[in-house]
Every structure is written in C-alpha cells, then in structure tokens.
Design a protein around this ligand. Sequence first.
Ligand SMILES: Cc1ncc(COP(=O)(O)O)c(C=O)c1O
Length: 375
Amino acid sequence: MKPIQMVDLKTQYQKIKPEIDKAVIDVLESSAYINGKPVHEFCANLAQYLSVKHVIPCANGTDALQIAMMALGLEPGDEVITPSFTYIATTEVVALLRLKPVFVEVDAKTFCMDAEALRKAITTKTKAIVPVHLYGQAANMEEIMTVAGEHNIAVIEDNAQAIGCDYTFSDGAKKKTGTIGTIGTTSFFPSKNLGGYGDGGAIFTNDDALAKKMTMIANHGQSKKYYHDIVGCNSRLDTLQAAILNIKLKELDNYIAARRQAADFYDAAFASDAKITTPVRAHYSNHVFHQYTMLVEGVDRDALVAHLASKNIPSMIYYPVPGHKQQMFASSGIGEYNLAITDWLTERVISLPIHTELEETQLIYITDSVLEFIK
Ligand SMILES: Cc1ncc(COP(=O)(O)O)c(C=O)c1O
C-alpha cells in the first residue's frame, strides 16, 4: 500500500505530467512570466466553466477577498458578517481593512452560515455578508440572498473550498457557487480542488463596474500604465500557475468525482456507527469534498488522532479555534460572543485524508483503523 497522505499531489501530477511539463516549458521559453497569454486563456476558460461574466486573476484567495471588500468601498467600522467557523483568511481581511467582523452561527448539519442567525445580526452598519462554502458544500445561498436583498447588502461568496460545486435553487435552476452573490472569490492553493503548484486566486462577478474596479485594485489601482486612480495592491496570478491551472481545469470534474467516490466509501463504512456523523449532504447543493469532515461524539478525539497517526494515517482538525476566539480580533472591538453550535462543532470535527488518488486498499485501511479505535 502506498503511504497515506492528506493530499497526494505527486501522483496526481504524474498522471498529467507530459501536458504540464510542456506547458511549463512553453512559459519558460516565452519568458512572459507575468500576465502572459495563459493567464488570459485560463480566465476565459474558467469564466466559461462557471458561466460567469468576469474572472479576475490574483495572487491568492486571501487577496481575492481583500480586493472584493476594497471594491465595495466599505468604510472603517462598517460591519461585515461572516461565520466564525471558517478558515482565518475569511475574517482576517475584514480586520485588516479596519472593518468590523461580525461572527454568526453556522448550521449544525451543513457547517455553513445559518440564514436566520444572519438575519438577526444585520444592523444599519452591515455593509457586506461573506458566506463560506465550507469543506466543499454550498451555504444556503437562496436564503442568504433573500436576507441580503431585503437590506440591499452585498454578498461575497468565499468559494475557496468549493470550486465546481453546483447550487440548486428551489425552482430547479442551477448555478456554480461563487457566481450567485455580488462577488465570488477562490483560492488555487495546491491542495484545493483546483490547485496550482504555488499560490493563486481569482475573483468572479457578473457586474461590469465591479469587475473593472477589482481589475484596477489588483494592479496598483491603475487604469492606464502609471496612472493610478484608486488605492490598490499588487496581486497577480503568475503565468506559470495559469498555464498549470488551465490544464487542471479540464480535469476538475474528474477530480471532484474521485473525491466524491472516496467520500461515498467513508460514508458507507461509517453509516452504522452511532458515534460518527458523516457529512450531511444538503438538498440544494452537491458536495465537492474539499474535505471529508465528520463529527465524533463520545470519543476522545485527540486519542483518535494519535491512534491514526500511530498507524501512519494523517488526520486534521479544521479548525481548532473558531474566529470569535482568535486572539487577533481581541483589539478589533468584536465583543463577547456566545456561538454554541460553532464551539460544539469545533470540539467534534475531524477530517480524514481525501484527494483524487486514494486507493481502495488505503480507504479500507483508514476506515478499519477508525472503527477499530471507536469500537
Ligand atoms: C475558506 C477559505 N478562504 C480563504 C482562503 C485563502 O486562500 P489562500 O490560502 O489562497 O490565500 C482559504 C485557503 O485555505 C480558505 O480555505
């Protein structure tokens, strides 16, 4: 059996090596390392895949969120509502821009923003809502968009973990996550479902004016070379990364299918164990399984992690400290929070290896090892 990893990027690369190697050499020989042709080709292909009007490349998923918030023209002190149960990047940029993060509860089953909690958190200062499609499944966007629409508030979807995920509206219409709100953002961090071989990110929107502004912000606020109209930053997707991502985009649906197959195996193996709650699949979303995150109840989770590690099985806790308890926000005036569901989930989640290259022997070994400990 091959060693088990959380993500096996090497085997994945070997399967597409000739195409990737050629694309990399082509970039090297073109010497157009910044803003080369592959950047434009990749953005056009991704826009087509997502059915969205504009894809704006940038340096990583954190910058994508920051550029989106800068483009909305938010003022210091404006409130931005986000879940506390997410990766720190979602909320960090809020504080970085001197905005006020307002943390809301997630749904205990889907781990994503609870629309009722969102409704209660809205004040006259709320200027943006940032739902996160955590672990690869969509937040309840129809309800979130309804609440946002009632108050005319912009929605930025943090789609770093869910690229390729389909959301189904109650009338049966489908949209890709990241294209439903005012703006969508994503990350091409190597372990992501669509990952490069370094950092990368992108922003999506159907709004022409916002697209223009975000393109400027990502490029030092310039509309014309050396004419800087607004304050921006330097956030670019390398040509090399774009060339690699262009090849991997063609594989994205296959990658998602492989992840789903591994998740189905886990689901079936754990189905009858009362101490394990496998990921709930919401009726309005398919699941692209960026993570396979389950809940364990009545189990010493640290001991389970140690047991798996002793058998050379990695596992992760995403995330051990929720946003409202992070020291970095202590000076942001966020106040006291009582987020019982978030705290409850934080103590129970555990993520098992999931990627495109998992073999059945590995899955059997992982599930047997989990059940051996739990039973
Ligand atoms: C939910 C979420 N948002 C944002 C990011 C930030 O992406 P990046 O690491 O590319 O800056 C990540 C990446 O891990 C993420 O998982």
